[in-house]
Design a binder for this molecule. Structure first.
Ligand code: ADP
Length: 498
Protein backbone atom coordinates (compact mmCIF):
# COMPACT_ATOMS: atom_id res chain seq x y z
CA UNK A 1 0.00 0.00 0.00
CA UNK A 2 1.27 3.43 -0.77
CA UNK A 3 0.20 6.72 0.75
CA UNK A 4 -0.48 9.66 -1.45
CA UNK A 5 2.51 11.49 0.03
CA UNK A 6 4.91 8.57 -0.38
CA UNK A 7 4.54 7.24 -3.91
CA UNK A 8 6.21 4.04 -5.03
CA UNK A 9 9.52 5.23 -6.40
CA UNK A 10 12.89 3.52 -6.66
CA UNK A 11 14.08 5.80 -3.86
CA UNK A 12 11.26 4.84 -1.51
CA UNK A 13 11.60 1.14 -2.25
CA UNK A 14 15.35 1.35 -1.61
CA UNK A 15 14.80 3.30 1.60
CA UNK A 16 12.27 0.78 2.86
CA UNK A 17 14.46 -2.23 2.02
CA UNK A 18 17.52 -0.74 3.77
CA UNK A 19 15.43 0.23 6.81
CA UNK A 20 13.81 -3.22 7.04
CA UNK A 21 17.22 -4.89 6.83
CA UNK A 22 18.40 -2.63 9.64
CA UNK A 23 15.41 -3.40 11.83
CA UNK A 24 15.87 -7.11 11.11
CA UNK A 25 19.50 -6.90 12.20
CA UNK A 26 18.57 -5.03 15.39
CA UNK A 27 15.95 -7.68 16.25
CA UNK A 28 18.54 -10.37 15.54
CA UNK A 29 20.96 -8.58 17.88
CA UNK A 30 18.36 -8.28 20.63
CA UNK A 31 17.54 -11.98 20.37
CA UNK A 32 21.22 -12.82 20.83
CA UNK A 33 21.51 -10.43 23.77
CA UNK A 34 21.04 -13.02 26.58
CA UNK A 35 23.97 -15.02 25.23
CA UNK A 36 26.47 -12.19 25.74
CA UNK A 37 29.16 -13.09 28.24
CA UNK A 38 29.39 -9.94 30.30
CA UNK A 39 26.14 -7.96 29.95
CA UNK A 40 27.36 -5.15 32.22
CA UNK A 41 30.39 -4.50 30.09
CA UNK A 42 28.29 -4.70 26.97
CA UNK A 43 25.83 -2.13 28.36
CA UNK A 44 28.75 0.11 29.25
CA UNK A 45 29.95 -0.15 25.67
CA UNK A 46 26.48 0.84 24.48
CA UNK A 47 26.63 3.88 26.76
CA UNK A 48 30.12 4.69 25.56
CA UNK A 49 28.94 4.48 21.97
CA UNK A 50 26.07 6.84 22.72
CA UNK A 51 28.25 9.36 24.56
CA UNK A 52 30.79 9.30 21.75
CA UNK A 53 28.01 9.94 19.31
CA UNK A 54 26.97 13.07 21.14
CA UNK A 55 30.36 14.53 20.31
CA UNK A 56 30.16 13.29 16.75
CA UNK A 57 31.23 15.69 14.10
CA UNK A 58 28.80 16.18 11.32
CA UNK A 59 30.53 17.45 8.23
CA UNK A 60 29.96 18.45 4.65
CA UNK A 61 26.42 19.64 4.99
CA UNK A 62 25.46 16.77 7.25
CA UNK A 63 25.80 13.98 4.70
CA UNK A 64 28.87 12.31 6.11
CA UNK A 65 29.60 12.01 9.80
CA UNK A 66 32.97 11.35 11.32
CA UNK A 67 31.85 9.36 14.30
CA UNK A 68 33.99 8.13 17.16
CA UNK A 69 31.16 5.79 18.09
CA UNK A 70 32.16 3.61 15.13
CA UNK A 71 35.34 2.79 17.06
CA UNK A 72 33.16 1.61 19.94
CA UNK A 73 30.99 -0.58 17.74
CA UNK A 74 34.09 -2.02 16.07
CA UNK A 75 35.55 -2.82 19.50
CA UNK A 76 32.26 -4.41 20.54
CA UNK A 77 32.32 -6.44 17.34
CA UNK A 78 35.61 -8.02 18.27
CA UNK A 79 34.64 -8.51 21.93
CA UNK A 80 31.06 -9.78 21.60
CA UNK A 81 30.54 -10.58 17.93
CA UNK A 82 28.78 -8.79 15.13
CA UNK A 83 25.27 -8.98 16.73
CA UNK A 84 26.57 -6.90 19.63
CA UNK A 85 28.32 -4.54 17.21
CA UNK A 86 24.99 -4.08 15.44
CA UNK A 87 23.30 -3.14 18.73
CA UNK A 88 25.96 -0.60 19.69
CA UNK A 89 25.89 0.92 16.20
CA UNK A 90 22.08 1.05 16.23
CA UNK A 91 21.86 2.77 19.62
CA UNK A 92 24.53 5.30 18.61
CA UNK A 93 22.74 5.99 15.31
CA UNK A 94 19.38 6.42 17.01
CA UNK A 95 21.05 8.97 19.29
CA UNK A 96 22.54 10.78 16.30
CA UNK A 97 19.24 10.85 14.45
CA UNK A 98 17.34 12.11 17.47
CA UNK A 99 19.96 14.81 18.09
CA UNK A 100 19.88 16.03 14.49
CA UNK A 101 16.07 15.89 14.46
CA UNK A 102 15.91 18.06 17.54
CA UNK A 103 17.96 20.70 15.80
CA UNK A 104 15.95 20.51 12.61
CA UNK A 105 12.55 18.85 12.86
CA UNK A 106 11.47 17.67 9.41
CA UNK A 107 8.03 16.28 10.34
CA UNK A 108 7.09 12.75 11.42
CA UNK A 109 7.24 10.95 8.09
CA UNK A 110 10.68 12.34 7.30
CA UNK A 111 11.92 11.68 10.83
CA UNK A 112 10.92 8.00 10.71
CA UNK A 113 12.40 7.76 7.22
CA UNK A 114 15.68 9.27 8.34
CA UNK A 115 16.05 7.20 11.52
CA UNK A 116 15.12 4.01 9.63
CA UNK A 117 17.66 4.62 6.90
CA UNK A 118 20.41 5.62 9.32
CA UNK A 119 19.91 2.43 11.35
CA UNK A 120 19.79 0.33 8.18
CA UNK A 121 22.92 1.92 6.76
CA UNK A 122 24.91 1.63 10.01
CA UNK A 123 23.86 -1.88 10.98
CA UNK A 124 24.26 -3.41 7.52
CA UNK A 125 27.77 -2.07 7.24
CA UNK A 126 28.86 -3.14 10.73
CA UNK A 127 27.27 -6.56 10.22
CA UNK A 128 29.14 -7.13 6.95
CA UNK A 129 32.34 -5.73 8.47
CA UNK A 130 31.87 -8.18 11.37
CA UNK A 131 31.33 -11.07 8.99
CA UNK A 132 34.60 -10.29 7.21
CA UNK A 133 36.36 -9.73 10.56
CA UNK A 134 35.25 -13.15 11.86
CA UNK A 135 36.32 -14.79 8.61
CA UNK A 136 39.79 -13.23 8.66
CA UNK A 137 40.20 -14.01 12.36
CA UNK A 138 39.28 -17.63 11.76
CA UNK A 139 42.14 -17.77 9.29
CA UNK A 140 44.48 -16.21 11.85
CA UNK A 141 44.95 -19.41 13.82
CA UNK A 142 48.39 -18.47 15.06
CA UNK A 143 47.22 -15.07 16.25
CA UNK A 144 49.81 -13.16 14.22
CA UNK A 145 50.02 -9.42 14.80
CA UNK A 146 50.16 -8.66 11.10
CA UNK A 147 47.07 -10.72 10.41
CA UNK A 148 45.21 -9.11 13.33
CA UNK A 149 46.16 -5.75 11.92
CA UNK A 150 44.87 -6.75 8.47
CA UNK A 151 41.58 -8.01 9.98
CA UNK A 152 40.96 -4.68 11.71
CA UNK A 153 41.92 -2.63 8.69
CA UNK A 154 39.82 -4.66 6.26
CA UNK A 155 36.81 -4.65 8.55
CA UNK A 156 37.16 -0.88 8.98
CA UNK A 157 37.38 -0.30 5.22
CA UNK A 158 34.38 -2.53 4.51
CA UNK A 159 32.37 -0.84 7.25
CA UNK A 160 33.19 2.62 5.95
CA UNK A 161 32.72 1.88 2.22
CA UNK A 162 29.44 0.01 2.57
CA UNK A 163 28.16 2.83 4.72
CA UNK A 164 29.24 5.40 2.14
CA UNK A 165 27.89 3.52 -0.89
CA UNK A 166 24.52 2.85 0.75
CA UNK A 167 24.28 6.61 1.23
CA UNK A 168 25.52 7.42 -2.27
CA UNK A 169 22.88 5.09 -3.72
CA UNK A 170 20.19 7.01 -1.85
CA UNK A 171 21.51 10.39 -2.97
CA UNK A 172 21.68 9.11 -6.53
CA UNK A 173 18.09 7.86 -6.49
CA UNK A 174 16.99 11.08 -4.86
CA UNK A 175 18.67 13.60 -7.14
CA UNK A 176 20.22 11.65 -10.02
CA UNK A 177 23.63 12.88 -8.81
CA UNK A 178 26.60 11.10 -10.37
CA UNK A 179 27.70 8.37 -7.87
CA UNK A 180 31.39 8.70 -8.77
CA UNK A 181 31.23 12.44 -8.21
CA UNK A 182 29.56 11.91 -4.82
CA UNK A 183 32.29 9.44 -3.87
CA UNK A 184 35.01 11.93 -4.84
CA UNK A 185 33.29 14.66 -2.90
CA UNK A 186 33.28 12.57 0.24
CA UNK A 187 36.45 10.53 -0.08
CA UNK A 188 38.40 12.93 2.13
CA UNK A 189 36.61 11.44 5.16
CA UNK A 190 37.58 7.85 4.31
CA UNK A 191 41.08 7.79 5.88
CA UNK A 192 39.81 9.50 9.03
CA UNK A 193 36.93 7.04 9.39
CA UNK A 194 39.09 4.01 8.70
CA UNK A 195 41.69 5.21 11.19
CA UNK A 196 39.11 5.90 13.90
CA UNK A 197 37.48 2.49 13.37
CA UNK A 198 40.60 0.34 13.08
CA UNK A 199 43.03 2.05 15.46
CA UNK A 200 40.39 3.39 17.85
CA UNK A 201 38.41 0.15 17.79
CA UNK A 202 41.49 -2.04 18.15
CA UNK A 203 42.92 -0.04 21.05
CA UNK A 204 39.57 0.06 22.84
CA UNK A 205 39.02 -3.67 22.39
CA UNK A 206 42.52 -4.34 23.68
CA UNK A 207 41.98 -2.11 26.71
CA UNK A 208 38.69 -3.76 27.62
CA UNK A 209 40.20 -7.22 27.16
CA UNK A 210 43.13 -6.37 29.40
CA UNK A 211 41.66 -4.05 32.01
CA UNK A 212 37.94 -4.68 31.82
CA UNK A 213 35.79 -1.74 33.00
CA UNK A 214 38.87 0.22 34.05
CA UNK A 215 40.23 -0.09 30.52
CA UNK A 216 37.01 1.32 29.17
CA UNK A 217 37.19 4.17 31.65
CA UNK A 218 40.78 4.95 30.72
CA UNK A 219 39.87 5.18 27.06
CA UNK A 220 36.53 6.89 27.35
CA UNK A 221 37.94 10.29 28.16
CA UNK A 222 40.72 10.35 25.50
CA UNK A 223 38.30 9.17 22.81
CA UNK A 224 35.71 11.78 23.65
CA UNK A 225 38.30 14.51 24.08
CA UNK A 226 40.05 13.75 20.81
CA UNK A 227 36.68 13.66 19.06
CA UNK A 228 35.90 17.05 20.55
CA UNK A 229 39.30 18.45 19.53
CA UNK A 230 38.78 17.11 16.04
CA UNK A 231 35.38 18.71 15.89
CA UNK A 232 36.86 22.09 16.86
CA UNK A 233 39.55 21.71 14.22
CA UNK A 234 37.05 20.85 11.52
CA UNK A 235 34.80 23.74 12.44
CA UNK A 236 37.71 26.13 12.20
CA UNK A 237 38.71 24.71 8.83
CA UNK A 238 35.11 25.05 7.69
CA UNK A 239 35.06 28.69 8.76
CA UNK A 240 38.26 29.35 6.85
CA UNK A 241 36.77 27.67 3.80
CA UNK A 242 33.70 29.86 4.11
CA UNK A 243 35.87 32.96 4.35
CA UNK A 244 37.69 31.79 1.26
CA UNK A 245 34.39 31.24 -0.50
CA UNK A 246 33.30 34.75 0.46
CA UNK A 247 36.52 36.10 -1.01
CA UNK A 248 36.00 34.15 -4.20
CA UNK A 249 32.40 35.37 -4.37
CA UNK A 250 33.53 38.98 -3.96
CA UNK A 251 36.13 38.59 -6.71
CA UNK A 252 33.54 36.96 -8.96
CA UNK A 253 31.25 39.92 -8.39
CA UNK A 254 34.02 42.37 -9.27
CA UNK A 255 34.64 40.46 -12.44
CA UNK A 256 30.96 40.44 -13.29
CA UNK A 257 30.74 44.20 -12.77
CA UNK A 258 33.77 44.72 -14.99
CA UNK A 259 32.19 42.56 -17.66
CA UNK A 260 28.94 44.50 -17.46
CA UNK A 261 30.89 47.72 -17.86
CA UNK A 262 32.64 46.28 -20.87
CA UNK A 263 29.34 45.23 -22.38
CA UNK A 264 28.05 48.77 -21.80
CA UNK A 265 31.14 50.17 -23.55
CA UNK A 266 30.54 47.86 -26.47
CA UNK A 267 26.98 49.07 -26.71
CA UNK A 268 28.16 52.69 -26.69
CA UNK A 269 30.70 51.93 -29.39
CA UNK A 270 27.98 50.29 -31.50
CA UNK A 271 25.75 53.31 -30.98
CA UNK A 272 28.49 55.68 -32.11
CA UNK A 273 29.07 53.57 -35.17
CA UNK A 274 25.35 53.60 -35.92
CA UNK A 275 25.32 57.39 -35.75
CA UNK A 276 28.40 57.65 -37.93
CA UNK A 277 27.18 55.21 -40.53
CA UNK A 278 23.50 56.06 -40.62
CA UNK A 279 23.04 59.65 -39.56
CA UNK A 280 26.13 61.13 -41.15
CA UNK A 281 25.47 59.35 -44.39
CA UNK A 282 22.35 61.37 -45.22
CA UNK A 283 23.96 64.84 -45.20
CA UNK A 284 27.15 63.44 -46.77
CA UNK A 285 25.34 61.92 -49.71
CA UNK A 286 23.30 65.04 -50.24
CA UNK A 287 26.54 67.08 -50.35
CA UNK A 288 28.01 64.64 -52.82
CA UNK A 289 24.91 64.60 -55.02
CA UNK A 290 24.48 68.36 -55.22
CA UNK A 291 28.20 68.91 -55.66
CA UNK A 292 28.12 66.77 -58.79
CA UNK A 293 25.05 68.66 -60.06
CA UNK A 294 26.95 71.92 -59.48
CA UNK A 295 30.05 70.67 -61.26
CA UNK A 296 28.06 70.04 -64.42
CA UNK A 297 27.43 73.79 -64.62
CA UNK A 298 24.67 75.52 -66.63
CA UNK A 299 22.47 76.21 -63.65
CA UNK A 300 20.22 79.17 -63.22
CA UNK A 301 21.14 81.48 -60.40
CA UNK A 302 18.16 80.60 -58.21
CA UNK A 303 18.93 76.92 -58.67
CA UNK A 304 22.49 77.56 -57.56
CA UNK A 305 21.27 79.47 -54.56
CA UNK A 306 18.91 76.63 -53.69
CA UNK A 307 21.75 74.10 -53.88
CA UNK A 308 24.03 76.32 -51.82
CA UNK A 309 21.34 76.43 -49.13
CA UNK A 310 21.04 72.65 -49.09
CA UNK A 311 24.82 72.26 -48.93
CA UNK A 312 25.02 74.64 -46.02
CA UNK A 313 22.26 72.81 -44.18
CA UNK A 314 23.93 69.44 -44.74
CA UNK A 315 27.14 70.83 -43.44
CA UNK A 316 25.32 72.23 -40.42
CA UNK A 317 23.86 68.78 -39.74
CA UNK A 318 27.31 67.21 -39.88
CA UNK A 319 28.70 69.90 -37.66
CA UNK A 320 25.91 69.35 -35.17
CA UNK A 321 26.53 65.62 -35.07
CA UNK A 322 30.25 66.08 -34.47
CA UNK A 323 29.64 68.75 -31.84
CA UNK A 324 27.05 66.63 -30.08
CA UNK A 325 29.37 63.66 -29.89
CA UNK A 326 32.19 65.80 -28.50
CA UNK A 327 29.88 67.51 -26.06
CA UNK A 328 28.20 64.38 -24.69
CA UNK A 329 31.62 62.88 -24.07
CA UNK A 330 32.54 65.90 -21.98
CA UNK A 331 29.23 66.07 -20.15
CA UNK A 332 29.12 62.40 -19.23
CA UNK A 333 32.79 61.90 -18.45
CA UNK A 334 32.02 62.26 -14.75
CA UNK A 335 33.86 65.54 -14.26
CA UNK A 336 31.42 68.14 -12.97
CA UNK A 337 30.07 70.51 -15.60
CA UNK A 338 31.51 73.98 -15.17
CA UNK A 339 28.86 76.68 -15.16
CA UNK A 340 29.68 80.22 -16.13
CA UNK A 341 26.90 81.74 -14.05
CA UNK A 342 25.37 85.14 -14.69
CA UNK A 343 21.94 86.66 -14.07
CA UNK A 344 19.88 86.74 -17.25
CA UNK A 345 16.32 87.02 -18.48
CA UNK A 346 15.09 83.54 -19.34
CA UNK A 347 11.90 84.83 -20.97
CA UNK A 348 13.87 87.00 -23.37
CA UNK A 349 16.22 84.09 -24.18
CA UNK A 350 13.19 82.23 -25.54
CA UNK A 351 12.56 85.12 -27.92
CA UNK A 352 16.16 85.04 -29.18
CA UNK A 353 16.22 81.28 -29.68
CA UNK A 354 12.80 81.18 -31.32
CA UNK A 355 13.85 83.84 -33.80
CA UNK A 356 16.76 81.69 -34.99
CA UNK A 357 14.50 78.67 -35.44
CA UNK A 358 11.70 80.66 -37.08
CA UNK A 359 13.14 80.08 -40.57
CA UNK A 360 13.05 76.29 -40.17
CA UNK A 361 9.50 76.48 -38.83
CA UNK A 362 8.37 78.61 -41.76
CA UNK A 363 9.77 76.08 -44.24
CA UNK A 364 7.37 73.50 -42.85
CA UNK A 365 4.64 76.09 -42.46
CA UNK A 366 4.71 75.49 -38.73
CA UNK A 367 3.43 78.28 -36.56
CA UNK A 368 6.11 78.89 -33.93
CA UNK A 369 4.44 80.86 -31.15
CA UNK A 370 6.15 82.78 -28.37
CA UNK A 371 5.58 85.99 -26.46
CA UNK A 372 7.59 88.66 -28.27
CA UNK A 373 7.49 91.06 -25.29
CA UNK A 374 7.54 88.71 -22.33
CA UNK A 375 7.59 89.58 -18.66
CA UNK A 376 11.16 89.33 -17.42
CA UNK A 377 12.10 86.14 -15.53
CA UNK A 378 15.50 86.58 -14.04
CA UNK A 379 17.48 83.44 -13.42
CA UNK A 380 21.03 82.76 -12.39
CA UNK A 381 22.83 80.25 -14.56
CA UNK A 382 25.07 79.58 -17.53
CA UNK A 383 23.29 81.55 -20.23
CA UNK A 384 25.02 79.80 -23.15
CA UNK A 385 24.16 76.37 -21.82
CA UNK A 386 20.53 77.25 -21.17
CA UNK A 387 20.40 78.72 -24.66
CA UNK A 388 21.62 75.35 -25.95
CA UNK A 389 18.86 73.59 -24.01
CA UNK A 390 16.14 75.86 -25.39
CA UNK A 391 17.53 75.58 -28.92
CA UNK A 392 17.47 71.78 -28.68
CA UNK A 393 13.94 71.65 -27.31
CA UNK A 394 12.42 74.13 -29.75
CA UNK A 395 14.33 72.73 -32.76
CA UNK A 396 13.19 69.22 -31.83
CA UNK A 397 9.60 70.40 -31.57
CA UNK A 398 9.82 71.82 -35.10
CA UNK A 399 11.72 68.77 -36.35
CA UNK A 400 9.22 66.25 -35.03
CA UNK A 401 6.04 68.13 -36.05
CA UNK A 402 4.50 67.67 -39.48
CA UNK A 403 3.71 70.57 -41.78
CA UNK A 404 1.10 73.12 -40.71
CA UNK A 405 1.49 72.20 -37.05
CA UNK A 406 2.04 74.47 -34.09
CA UNK A 407 4.94 74.85 -31.68
CA UNK A 408 4.62 77.03 -28.60
CA UNK A 409 7.45 78.10 -26.25
CA UNK A 410 6.48 79.89 -23.07
CA UNK A 411 8.08 80.73 -19.74
CA UNK A 412 6.39 81.10 -16.37
CA UNK A 413 7.22 81.08 -12.68
CA UNK A 414 5.88 78.35 -10.43
CA UNK A 415 6.77 77.19 -6.90
CA UNK A 416 10.21 78.74 -6.84
CA UNK A 417 11.06 77.56 -10.35
CA UNK A 418 11.40 79.29 -13.67
CA UNK A 419 9.49 76.96 -15.97
CA UNK A 420 9.66 76.75 -19.76
CA UNK A 421 7.11 74.67 -21.67
CA UNK A 422 7.81 73.73 -25.27
CA UNK A 423 4.57 72.34 -26.66
CA UNK A 424 4.10 70.87 -30.12
CA UNK A 425 1.31 69.25 -32.11
CA UNK A 426 3.70 66.75 -33.66
CA UNK A 427 4.20 63.00 -33.92
CA UNK A 428 4.53 62.47 -30.22
CA UNK A 429 6.48 59.70 -28.47
CA UNK A 430 5.07 56.21 -27.82
CA UNK A 431 4.49 55.55 -24.12
CA UNK A 432 6.91 52.60 -24.02
CA UNK A 433 9.76 54.70 -25.42
CA UNK A 434 9.06 57.79 -23.32
CA UNK A 435 11.00 56.67 -20.18
CA UNK A 436 14.21 56.26 -22.20
CA UNK A 437 13.98 59.34 -24.38
CA UNK A 438 16.72 61.19 -22.45
CA UNK A 439 19.18 58.29 -22.81
CA UNK A 440 22.14 58.68 -25.14
CA UNK A 441 21.51 57.60 -28.75
CA UNK A 442 17.85 56.95 -28.00
CA UNK A 443 15.60 57.80 -30.93
CA UNK A 444 11.97 56.88 -31.46
CA UNK A 445 12.12 54.02 -33.95
CA UNK A 446 9.52 55.53 -36.29
CA UNK A 447 11.33 58.90 -36.35
CA UNK A 448 14.51 57.74 -38.06
CA UNK A 449 13.12 58.26 -41.53
CA UNK A 450 11.44 61.56 -40.54
CA UNK A 451 14.56 63.51 -39.61
CA UNK A 452 18.29 63.22 -39.28
CA UNK A 453 19.47 63.04 -35.68
CA UNK A 454 21.89 61.45 -33.30
CA UNK A 455 19.75 60.83 -30.25
CA UNK A 456 22.26 62.88 -28.29
CA UNK A 457 20.43 66.21 -28.03
CA UNK A 458 18.09 65.26 -25.21
CA UNK A 459 20.89 63.55 -23.27
CA UNK A 460 22.85 66.79 -23.47
CA UNK A 461 19.77 68.77 -22.45
CA UNK A 462 19.28 66.60 -19.39
CA UNK A 463 22.93 66.89 -18.30
CA UNK A 464 22.89 70.67 -18.68
CA UNK A 465 19.58 71.16 -16.86
CA UNK A 466 20.64 68.89 -14.02
CA UNK A 467 23.93 70.74 -13.70
CA UNK A 468 21.73 73.73 -12.83
CA UNK A 469 19.86 71.67 -10.18
CA UNK A 470 16.91 71.86 -12.52
CA UNK A 471 14.56 69.25 -13.95
CA UNK A 472 13.56 68.22 -17.44
CA UNK A 473 10.15 66.56 -17.86
CA UNK A 474 8.18 65.28 -20.81
CA UNK A 475 4.59 64.31 -21.48
CA UNK A 476 3.59 63.03 -24.86
CA UNK A 477 0.87 61.32 -26.77
CA UNK A 478 1.59 59.50 -29.98
CA UNK A 479 0.03 61.31 -32.91
CA UNK A 480 -1.10 64.25 -30.78
CA UNK A 481 2.09 66.00 -29.66
CA UNK A 482 4.60 66.46 -26.90
CA UNK A 483 5.33 68.90 -24.09
CA UNK A 484 8.90 69.26 -22.83
CA UNK A 485 9.16 71.17 -19.56
CA UNK A 486 12.35 72.63 -18.19
CA UNK A 487 12.41 73.80 -14.57
CA UNK A 488 15.25 75.90 -13.20
CA UNK A 489 15.37 76.81 -9.51
CA UNK A 490 14.86 80.49 -8.77
CA UNK A 491 16.68 82.11 -5.93
CA UNK A 492 13.76 84.23 -4.80
CA UNK A 493 15.90 87.33 -4.32
CA UNK A 494 17.25 86.92 -7.85
CA UNK A 495 13.87 86.47 -9.43
CA UNK A 496 12.14 89.63 -10.44
CA UNK A 497 8.56 88.72 -10.97
CA UNK A 498 6.42 91.61 -12.03
P1 ADP B 1 17.80 63.63 -32.29
O1 ADP B 1 19.12 64.05 -32.74
O2 ADP B 1 17.41 62.27 -32.80
O3 ADP B 1 16.73 64.63 -32.50
P2 ADP B 1 17.36 64.00 -29.44
O4 ADP B 1 18.15 63.46 -28.32
O5 ADP B 1 17.20 65.45 -29.52
O6 ADP B 1 18.00 63.38 -30.74
O7 ADP B 1 15.96 63.33 -29.37
C1 ADP B 1 15.87 61.97 -29.19
C2 ADP B 1 14.62 61.42 -29.83
O8 ADP B 1 13.49 61.89 -29.12
C3 ADP B 1 14.39 61.89 -31.23
O9 ADP B 1 15.07 61.07 -32.15
C4 ADP B 1 12.90 61.78 -31.37
O10 ADP B 1 12.54 60.46 -31.72
C5 ADP B 1 12.40 62.05 -29.97
N1 ADP B 1 11.95 63.44 -29.80
C6 ADP B 1 12.64 64.49 -29.33
N2 ADP B 1 11.88 65.59 -29.28
C7 ADP B 1 10.67 65.24 -29.75
C8 ADP B 1 9.43 65.92 -29.94
N3 ADP B 1 9.28 67.23 -29.65
N4 ADP B 1 8.39 65.23 -30.44
C9 ADP B 1 8.52 63.91 -30.71
N5 ADP B 1 9.65 63.21 -30.55
C10 ADP B 1 10.72 63.86 -30.08
Amino acid sequence: MSHSNSPVTARNIYLTVVSLFGIGLVVYGLISLPSFESPTNFLLLVLLGISAQITSTVLSGGDIAVEVSTAVSMATLSLYGREAGVLVAASALITLSVLSLRANWPGWARAVERIGFNIGMGTISIFLAGTLFDLLNALNTQNLVVQTFISWLSAAIVNDQINLWLLIALLHLQSQADPRKLWHQNKWAIPINVLVMSAGGGVLAFAVEQFDIIGMGIFFLPIVLSAYAFRLYVNQTKQQMERLEELVAARTNDLRAANAELAELHKTKDAYLAVLTHDMRTPLSSIKGYASVLSKGNLAEDQQRHIAKILTRSQDSLMEIVNNILEIENLQSGTPIELDRTDFDLAYLIVLVSETIQAQAREKNISLQYDENPTEINVNGDREKIKRVLTNLIANAVKYTEENGTVTAKARVEDGYAVVDVVDTGYGIPADELPYIFDRFRRVKGHRHIAVGTGLGLAIVKSLVEAHQGQILVTSEEGAGSTFTMKLPLQTDDALVA
